[in-house]
Design a protein around this ligand. Structure first.
Ligand SMILES: [Zn+2]
Length: 311
């Protein structure tokens, strides 16, 4: 879709003015003059001569980095399964300076930490559990120090029965992750109430940190596991799979070197990609700060083959 900077500029223009340019200053519609600048394109109104930058209001505003580099960064960050470290990114785009790579990723990441306020669950059952992540304890004996507690909730969605034989009848829906200071009921129940819709079916283990959820209005299915890992696997398969993949990502891409104070930001990045994995174009627009809502579905469908209304 984006072979060069000009293609990126045309795309930005079409996103912003799907029905053709209209001057933000005087409102006159009609073909503008176009000036290529070092990193973007400026449109000049033929009526009032006002200039409008194509990147105004996006993450690319005031940047000297070419549009195609930004687009590559957004593409790699939203579609690569493991995400990108700045070093990998710099190498992949042949950027001369590490700082440029770091800044681009940093700005794109800012488009990911948008708070997700919608409650998950509702018609879909939700699995909730905790895990420990990060923190090498090697050489210091066994223990959980230096590790952070992460509590997660994931929807269990059912596939439409289309008559085909499939290995799994269910798949993971939306995900929420939060770093908590302890496994007390305040921390765990607080997380559930902030993220899961009242009335949802809630599956947890029998841990004492989850009391009172039935009284709070959930259909709580707690399993007393008696320390049997196989039972836990059968009762909470989806959230365990999420935790396993999360740990692989932290180990693989980030070599377990995430400071506890930054962990929530990385969890947000992980959740962002996870929840949009079927809608990479939506994720791409979000991190670039492009107002995708103004794009008519026909345009997006034409190029990407998929469309999702504002999430
Ligand atoms: Zn004008």
């Amino acid at each position: 879709m984006f072979p060069d900077d000009a293609a990126c500029a045309r795309y930005l223009e079409t996103i912003r003015w799907p029905d053709g340019f209209a001057c933000p200053k005087c409102g006159v519609c009609g073909e503008p003059y176009r000036f290529a600048t070092r990193s973007s394109v400026v449109l000049r109104c033929r009526a009032c001569k006002a200039n409008t930058s194509l990147t105004a209001g996006t993450v690319m505003q005031s940047s000297h980095t070419p549009l195609s580099t930004w687009f590559w960064g957004a593409y790699l960050m939203t579609t690569q399964v493991p995400g990108q470290s700045a070093v990998q990114f710099q190498r992949q785009l042949a950027l001369s300076r590490y700082e440029t790579a770091f800044q681009i990723l940093h700005k794109l990441r800012a488009g990911m930490v948008r708070p997700e306020r919608d409650a998950i669950g509702g018609e879909h059952p939700v699995e909730v559990d905790e895990c420990l992540v990060g923190g090498e304890t090697r050489g210091e004996g066994r223990g959980t120090h230096h590790k952070s507690i992460v509590v997660g909730a994931v929807e269990v969605r059912s596939r439409q029965d289309d008559g085909k034989k499939r290995a799994r009848r269910v798949y993971a829906g939306r995900l929420r992750l939060r770093v908590v200071s302890d496994r007390g009921s305040n921390a765990l129940n607080g997380f559930v109430k902030d993220n899961v819709a009242l009335g949802s079916v809630l599956r947890t283990d029998g841990w004492t940190g989850y009391p009172g959820l039935t009284e709070a209005g959930y259909r709580h299915e707690a399993l007393t596991l008696g320390g049997d890992p196989e039972k836990a696997e059968a009762h909470l398969p989806m959230i365990h799979l999420v935790f396993s993949n999360l740990k692989t990502w932290i180990k693989g891409t980030h070599h377990s070197r995430i400071e506890p104070k930054h962990l929530q930001a990385y969890l947000n990045e992980y959740v962002f990609r996870f929840n949009r994995r079927f809608y990479p174009m939506t994720a791409f627009h979000s991190v670039l700060g492009i107002a995708a809502r103004s794009v008519p579905p026909t345009y997006a469908q034409l190029y990407s083959g998929e469309w999702e209304h504002a999430a």
